[in-house]
Design a protein around this ligand. Structure first.
Ligand code: 9MR
Length: 391
């Protein structure tokens, strides 16, 4: 039956497409999701597709829950756009991954330019996290509590939180998050963890700091903003995911896209992209505690990439006319072929973590980075083989 549906993919119109979320759930994932924006409703084909739970079982708001949107001035909270996304998800019977609480970017100037002591910043963080998470309490399956706290060399990114609290801000943020919505899965979320072993180890360090403080942390989100021709193998991606499941955590790909450069894309780059999407989705299927996959928009007409990376684009599963690309077909086929191979995801009792395959540990991953200075010297060894900062 699934394959009968799939035969219509390449030539057929949108209505006969295979259904990513339905296929992902059959393959043992909790969801296949997408980022959403309030402006999506201006494209009726896109919006219709986005609103069908068979296609997407989970939404992440692209901007609506960030600090500049939710607390533009101190103590004044505003939730209009986020409320409409959350209520749309819930009425569509979808999950919400809520995004994000403590992040250096899209901070209002009263936070980024303020002069903070440890105490005053702690109080601002508590107020922000408890108000925002409290407002959405019970509605978010997961929250990205801390986002992008690492440089690509594994050192901590400078931000007002680090400046005021040092590395204790991680545990402080997760502590306030756990108090505000005890049922939500609390994630550390970052990009380039797939590419840079020292950065992936930096995220391990953050997880261990939070765990050592006796504070809950449930998952690591790997954003997965990838570039065609540079995506690691499925096996290496699996190895990276297992770094976190070995710590007792869930993992998820939270913002997947695979951009093409140079443009225009051609048959060969589009085909390579299809294979790299398979490596990404396949690695999640290979890891029992990989919860699900979220794409950061699903058509080339609605992608953040061209505005941010000059000369790059065509990163999504659908083209600019919301027609499926080979990547869509290959992901659908992969998910269909994985049907029934994993048990359905059980949120109450997730699968236990698989051991890290030691055969895959490489020299570049073994050095634990313990300080900014150490990280800076370690990066030289890895950066030659890896890509430049991407997100
Ligand atoms: O999709 C978001 C885009 O509309 C914003 O302009 C951009 C500004 O930082 O943020 C985008 O989302 C980012 C996400 O929140 C965190 N990871 C990187 C994403 C792409 O920049």
């Amino acid at each position: 039956m699934k394959f009968a549906i799939l035969t219509g993919i390449v030539a057929g119109p949108l209505v006969v497409l295979a259904q990513l979320n339905a296929l992902a759930k059959d393959a043992g994932l909790l969801y296949f999701g997408t980022a959403v924006s309030p402006s999506d409703s201006s494209d009726s084909a896109y919006y219709k597709y986005e609103n069908d739970v068979k296609n997407f079982g989970q939404y992440t708001p692209d901007n609506a829950q960030k600090w500049d949107a939710t607390e533009p001035s101190k103590g004044r909270f505003s939730y209009g756009q986020a409320d409409s996304i959350v209520s749309r998800a819930l009425s569509n019977k979808m999950l919400m991954r809520c995004h994000t609480l403590v992040w250096y970017s899209q901070l209002p100037s009263w936070v980024s330019s303020g002069s903070w002591t440890k105490d005053s910043m702690t109080s601002v963080m508590e107020s922000h996290i408890s108000n925002v998470m409290g407002h959405f309490k019970g509605k978010c399956y997961a929250w990205d509590v801390v986002n992008e706290a690492l440089e690509d060399n594994g050192s901590y990114r400078q931000n007002p939180f680090l400046k005021a609290l040092g590395d204790s801000y991680f545990a402080v943020a997760f502590k306030f998050a756990a108090a505000a919505d005890p049922a939500a899965k609390l994630y550390y979320n970052d990009y380039n963890l797939e590419y840079f072993p020292v950065k992936a180890d930096g995220a391990v360090r953050i997880v261990k700091l939070v765990q050592a403080a006796g504070v809950p942390i449930h998952g690591v989100g790997l954003q997965a903003h990838m570039t065609v021709g540079r995506t690691p193998s499925r096996e290496n991606l699996t190895w990276t995911l297992n770094k976190y499941t070995a710590l007792g955590l869930d993992v998820a790909y939270t913002e997947l896209d695979i951009r093409i450069k140079p443009l225009p894309s051609n048959a060969s780059s589009i085909e390579a992209q299809a294979k790299e999407y398979v490596a990404m989705v396949g690695s999640c299927l290979d890891v029992p505690r990989c919860v699900g996959i979220t794409v950061w928009g699903f058509s080339d007409a609605h992608s953040w990439i061209p505005q941010t990376f000059s000369g790059a684009g065509d990163s999504c599963l659908f083209d600019k006319s919301t027609k499926p690309k080979p990547a869509f077909s290959s992901v659908s086929s992969l998910l269909a072929s994985a049907s029934g191979k994993r048990p359905p995801w059980n949120t109450a009792s997730p699968p236990t973590g698989a051991p890290v395959p030691t055969t895959m540990i490489t020299a570049t991953t073994s050095a634990a980075v313990t300080s900014t200075a150490a990280a800076t010297s370690t990066v030289a060894a890895t950066s030659a083989a890896a890509t430049k900062s991407t997100a």
